[in-house]
Design a protein around this ligand. Structure first.
Ligand code: ADP
Length: 486
């Protein structure tokens, strides 16, 4: 059986049961194997403390009350004798007392033992149990219960001197083997404890398992839905911190997946629209030209050329971004004159859009060199410029400026268009993101231009950004480290 394949609840149950077995084993050990020695040590401690308190109060005239009390409390026989062997006090609570039956010689031996050992001495004696009346002797009904095993008693003697200078000996006796009845009681208790613990462990295991595994099972159910492509699913893990953190993470993941999926679908719609429209225009005009070869006009060929251009830039954008994303795009850094290249690009675009009436202004103070991939950087600038053309206002003015500060050069492209709402600003650099969801052909775009800029700047350790407010135009910029021209 592979333990990793086990249901959580069974695992919890297994661990809890193991813990119970361990606890019970310890309990059984103490109640059976170690019981005798525990009992004996406790008894010895009690006897010693009792003897001490008798010796401390040896001159008290009410000593007999104390002796009776101790004797009953600890279940010990006590005998106090003076040096002539006269019994001063006596308390007899045990049956079959050994000390009372001792001969004077035995007592003397004990006292001598004590004299040799700092005033106290003890020894163990084994007491055979009285014979048990058996059934085979003709008895019926309830028979008296006697210990079956031999019992051990402890005989203890402590020497003292009273205020009149007389030597006193305190004898004490206690059974130090736990009584069968006590052992039996403990056993029964243990049976009960065992049963109760097994039941409790089972209940606890079920409760814990339910508490722990239920939310996980639910998250798993939702995760399976997510795997099926249902990105709208909500993870609702409650119960403990880890689960709620896990479900927060999964919610974020689901949200991100949904965003990507939405964008992907939008892109598909857009791209298919973007591909289909020029293609059908090209086909339409080509058909006309085919049918009426004598009536071919310049406008018709121009439209075919424009649409082909549009198609190829779309295909190029898609290729560029996928190349950059897959890490296949290698950048080839060379020193080049950024200012000059920017100027050339503006002039080229101005030439191309001359008939549309755009006005471009380029402000710069000095020419700067940068060490970068020339084609990529100009492409980034080109993308910003094309966006500015697409989104600028009625006056069709586009400002480009070059600002040099410390070690960086910043190229900014400003337009007079509607600007961008602040809620869209964080997303415009994402792939396929378009503020205007309704596809307007008047404004071209694949939603890839800015993400290409972002990638190029990432590859150059450059920075990029936008300053824009709704209704007030935008300034898109990027900046790079520059090299001083000597
Ligand atoms: P697109 O090909 O759609 O222009 P981009 O990645 O270049 O894609 O831009 C993403 C979005 O950012 C655009 O759809 C547009 O909504 C917004 N945007 C980009 N440039 C400008 C600008 N100069 N003025 C206003 N909005 C802009």
């Amino acid at each position: 059986m592979n333990i990793n394949k086990l249901h959580l609840k069974w695992k919890v149950f297994l661990f809890l049961s193991g813990f119970c077995v361990l606890l019970l084993t310890i309990l059984w050990m103490f109640q059976t194997v170690f019981l005798d020695s525990f009992y004996r040590n406790i008894k010895i401690m009690q006897i010693k403390s009792g003897a001490n308190s008798i010796v401390d109060n040896i001159d008290n005239k009410n000593l007999s009350e104390l002796i009776t009390g101790i004797s009953k409390d600890f279940n010990v026989n006590i005998e106090v004798i003076d040096e002539k062997g006269h019994i001063l006090y006596l308390s007899d609570v045990l049956n079959d007392s050994v000390i009372f039956k001792m001969s004077d010689l035995d007592r003397l031996a004990l006292i001598l033992g004590a004299q040799n050992q700092k005033g106290e001495f003890y020894e163990y004696v084994t007491v055979q149990p009285p014979r048990r009346p058996g059934r085979n002797e003709g008895f019926t009904g309830r028979l008296p219960f006697h210990e079956e095993r031999a019992m051990q008693s402890l005989i203890y003697v402590k020497l003292a001197v009273d205020s009149s200078g007389q030597n006193i000996a305190v004898f004490m006796e206690s059974v130090i083997t736990p009584l069968n009845a006590t052992v039996q009681t403990l056993r029964y208790q243990l049976y009960f404890i065992t049963v109760i613990m097994i039941i409790l462990a089972t209940i606890l295991a079920l409760i814990i398992a339910k508490q722990v595994s239920k939310p996980i099972e639910e998250i798993n159910k939702s995760a399976k839905e997510l795997a099926k492509g249902n990105y709208g699913i909500h993870f609702d893990g409650k119960g403990f911190l880890e689960v709620s953190e896990l479900s927060n993470t999964l919610n974020t993941a689901a949200h991100e997946l949904k965003k990507v999926e939405d964008l992907r679908q939008e892109l598909l719609a857009n791209i298919s629209h973007d591909l289909r429209t020029p293609l059908s225009l090209i086909y339409g005009y080509a058909e006309v030209m085919h049918d009426f070869p004598d009536e071919i006009t310049k406008e018709q060929t121009q439209i075919i050329m424009d649409e082909t251009q549009r198609l190829s830039s779309l295909v190029n954008d898609v290729l560029d971004i996928s190349k950059m994303e897959s890490g296949m795009q290698k950048i080839d850094k060379v020193p080049f004159n950024l200012t000059k290249r920017v100027k050339e690009t503006i002039e080229r675009i101005a030439e191309l859009t001359r008939k549309d009436g755009y006005q471009f202004n380029f402000k710069y103070e000095e020419e700067v060199m940068v060490f970068a991939d020339e084609i990529s950087i100009i492409q980034a600038f080109y993308n910003l410029l094309v966006n500015a053309i697409n989104y600028t206002g009625e006056d069709k003015v586009i400002e480009v400026d070059q600002v040099i500060s410390n070690e960086t050069v910043r190229i900014g492209v400003s337009d007079t268009g509607n600007g961008i709402a602040s809620e869209d600003l964080p997303y415009i650099w994402d792939r396929y993101y378009k503020v205007d969801k309704k596809h307007k052909r008047a404004v071209t775009g694949t939603g890839l231009g800015l993400s290409i800029v972002k990638k190029i700047m990432g590859l150059h350790d450059g920075s990029y950004g936008v300053e824009s407010q709704n209704g007030q135009g935008s300034t898109f910029w990027f900046s790079l480290k520059y090299e001083k021209i000597m």
